[in-house]
Design a protein around this ligand. Sequence first.
Ligand code: F6P
Length: 557
Amino acid sequence: MFKNPIKTKSWNNLMNHYEYIKNIKIIDLFKKDKKRFKNFSINFNDCILLDYSKNYINLDTINLFVNLLDEINFKDYINSILLGEKINFTENKPVLNFLLRDINDIFLKNNNLLLEIKKDINANLNKIKFFTEKIINNYWLGFSGKKIKNIVNIGIGGSDFGPRMIIKSLSLYKKNKKQKNFFISNIDVTDILNVINNISPENTLFIVCSKTFTTLETLNNANIAKKWILNFYNNNINSLNNHFILVSSNFNEVIKFGVNLNNIFIVDKWVNGRFSYCSAFGLSISLAIGFDNFLKLLNGAHDMDLHFFNSSYEKNIPIILAILSIWYSNFFKFFTKAILVYNENLSFLPLYLQQLIMESNGKYVDYNGNYINNYYTSSIIWGGTGTISQHSFYQLLHQGTHIIPCDFIAEISSNYNINNSHFKLISNFFSQTQALAFGDNIFKINNDIFFKNLDLSRFIKFKGNRPSNTILLNKINPYILGSLITLYEYKVITQGIILNICSFDQWGVELGKKLYNYIYPYIGFNKKIYKNNISKKIFIDNSTLNLINYFNKKYLK
Ligand code: F6P
């Protein structure tokens, strides 16, 4: 365990293999291997199909990566995860995401530690069920007796993205059509004002999600919401119990907010924000789609747990996707990756994956505490929806000087196909991956096009040879969405293991938070800051110093 990947024999072999494969075009890989789709596609439970044949790989590539997994003892890491060992070692915590959705206790295997933890998980799950039924069926009323119409999730990062993305993706599964979902996240007050200016306190329920319950944005928004409610009910403190549910891992902080214990969900500390949607941090999801559908989401995630833990490396979707990402970022030096969703309901998925992947693997220190300076960890994740993005940045995907590996995601059976729109959407989806991989070589066209004596042949040429994965979902339903999210979770974890980094901490976000505390007291006051009077403890650079002074001068004018 804990090997620098690039010092392994397998990495070296991959390097030699790269020298060979970098000169072969995708079109030629297809010519050489007539069964390329069969060889490079995996079907998960007849629900999710991954086609990864349009990549710079052959069977040797996969075998060489499998050797790497063996050489770094990948199985040992997996066993440590399953045993509940503290593989999130910088935070001294285990990574037990799979327990959150292990409804039938198949991962417990008489492990006393896991058995104890599972009791908390089950208690929370029952509480989620209880609250969901009460709220969806209008048994839970506002303080003045009104039905709840607005459910507002307040949280940020992992305490916001999961519910936000999943509720949007599953909008067709909404249980109580009269209830609306809102999300408040930003410290920019516009975010909360845009919500509360358009709803009434009487029929609004806030779900405040913060693991630490110390996060600036969330506490600020929760306190604004609290004042808004109290203001409406003449400061009657009891009204808070009808309008707030809190989810956190920090009992000592959350209890200070002023609601009954019954309104508080305490989640185990090992549940990390970006991996938390299956816990009580997903309460808003259950309130939106119903507990039965929430269970289906967990089932889908659980089946992906089983797929990841039990499938051979070659047939393991998360492992294959992780291998491909490492292949591109470390051998080909393609540093970014685009997530392209051909579905409006999935439009938040690229942003969700941005946090999941970049907050997990954007690390420059390895498991052994060494600085990493000779390989690359996370890809830079970005993306958008098709077909809108086709009319925006696809120019660069097709003809730019960068090569961007892409994941194309679409659903097969749509609820609507008005005017054949779904078929038109999917035809675009297939056209794009084909165009990227093969360029215009598939057409027998004459490229010698002249416009006013100018030879345009190069301008209009599509060289192709640009890699992509295609992920086809049978349907965007709770089960398949749970599987899809978990698929990416394990992709991230696998990448982290191979690259010898801890994917579960996020120390890189702390410095900005710390500095904020020194800068905030000076913002908006008529105090000119001179070098070092901001605090003896920090160095204030000349640029920031002048920017703050400029801001204050203009603001106070
Ligand atoms: O600042 C990053 C982060 O810690 C994320 O990892 C987390 O999901 C988010 O902030 C919110 O944190 P909390 O749930 O503690 O409010």
